[in-house]
Design a protein around this ligand. Structure first.
Ligand code: PEP
Ligand code: MN
Length: 361
């Protein structure tokens, strides 16, 4: 074979490659049209019978020289790429996505505009333990001119023998303390059954990490007219987190605050690993406000301040941290809550930090 022949054959291969490229792209366009129809009709994207039919048709018409196994392999890859493309198209169409709504969602809680560029703060004890306990913390929060208090009344605990929370009574105590200092109540609800009774006492419904994929709960909080603070599951990917928020918005409630609270990794130096890069990713991918819970992510009092600074510097819309009048005797999370003097110092340092870097306050 002469050099000329080789060149000619290579040119032929190039031309065939271009034809294949044009044909698979033509196929992709048709698949996109099919995807739109399927979406409208609520049909499943993957249809194994249809795929079997296509493979059989190829087999019946394969005159070689490629063997059938190779042809199957190539076409399965083509089929898969088309499915992936359809999935990517639907991901872009999520109601929580920036592509669907470019402007930031701003949530008004008790006059505080969350998601408007100035960081907000949610402080309060891990769990509501008594009227006195929450009133003391509420006074400290109110004294700083802050607008929200947190406190768990239904506590999802690892051990069934640990303190499970005061339930509705706890919510009533928290609401009473909050009302005294004009604070909005943020509290976790763990089952749709508690939702209705809780709504009289809660201004922001928290869905905890352990319930991030409790789809019935997500649908239930999606049907209420109050903001929802959705925490990232401890082993959830960002994509799963975003889809959990989609359940809420798809049920009709767009007042969602996402909360990064650390994920489980092999690292033992902190309780969880704070995935700080999740903040800008969530801000890019969705239009929802993003909070960082520095308490449950780090699980260390000495890291609450640096983690909050990092959260604000990277663009979080707010920070959550736990405060207890006497953490040493707290009924849950005793190691990581701040006492009142620590809280004062923490908040002052954070304000100084924000002033120093001329951040919006
Ligand atoms: C909480 O905020 O009270 C809590 C239990 O946190 P998480 O769901 O993030 O573990
Ligand atoms: Mn806690």
């Amino acid at each position: 074979m002469s050099q000329m022949d080789l060149e000619q054959l290579r040119e032929q291969v190039d031309a065939v490659n271009l034809q294949i490229l044009s044909l698979i792209n033509e196929r992709a366009s048709v698949i996109q049209e099919i995807g739109k129809i399927k979406e409208k009709q609520g049909m499943k994207r993957y249809d194994p019978l249809r795929e079997r039919h296509m493979l059989d048709l190829l087999k019946d018409n394969n005159n070689g020289p490629l063997d059938q196994k190779t042809v199957d392999h190539i076409f399965k890859e083509i089929f898969k790429s088309a499915l992936d493309m359809q999935e990517e198209d639907t991901r872009k169409a999520l109601l929580v996505s920036r592509k669907k709504k470019a402007e930031d969602t701003v949530i008004d809680i008790n006059g505080e505009k969350i998601g408007q560029g100035e960081p907000s703060f949610i402080f309060g004890p891990c769990a509501v333990e008594s009227q006195e306990q929450v009133s003391i913390v509420a006074e400290a929060i109110g004294g700083k001119g802050l607008k929200m208090i947190r406190g768990g009344a239904y506590k999802p605990r690892t051990s069934p023998y640990d303190f499970q929370g005061l339930g509705l009574d706890g919510l009533k105590m928290l609401k009473k303390a909050a009302d005294e200092y004009n604070l909005a109540v943020v509290s976790e609800i763990v089952t749709p059954h508690h939702l209705e009774e809780a709504l009289d006492y809660v201004d922001v419904v928290q869905v905890g990490a352990r319930n991030m994929q409790n789809f019935e709960l997500l649908k239930a909080v999606g049907s209420i007219n109050k903001p929802v603070l959705l925490k990232r599951g401890m082993a959830a990917t960002i994509d799963e987190f975003i889809n959990a928020a989609e359940y809420i918005i798809a049920s009709g409630n767009s007042q969602i605050i996402l909360c990064e609270r650390g994920i489980r990794t092999y690292e033992k130096a902190t309780r969880n690993t704070l995935d700080i890069s999740a903040v800008p990713i969530l801000k890019q991918e969705t239009h929802l406000p993003v909070f960082v819970d520095v308490t449950h992510s780090t699980g260390r009092r000495d890291l609450l301040l640096p983690a909050a600074k990092a959260a604000i510097a990277i663009g979080a819309d707010g920070v959550m941290a736990e405060v207890h009048p006497d953490p040493a005797v707290a009924l849950s999370d005793a190691q990581q809550q701040m006492n009142l003097p620590q809280f004062d110092e923490y908040y002052d340092s954070l304000m100084k930090f924000m002033k120093q870097y001329e951040m919006k306050m």
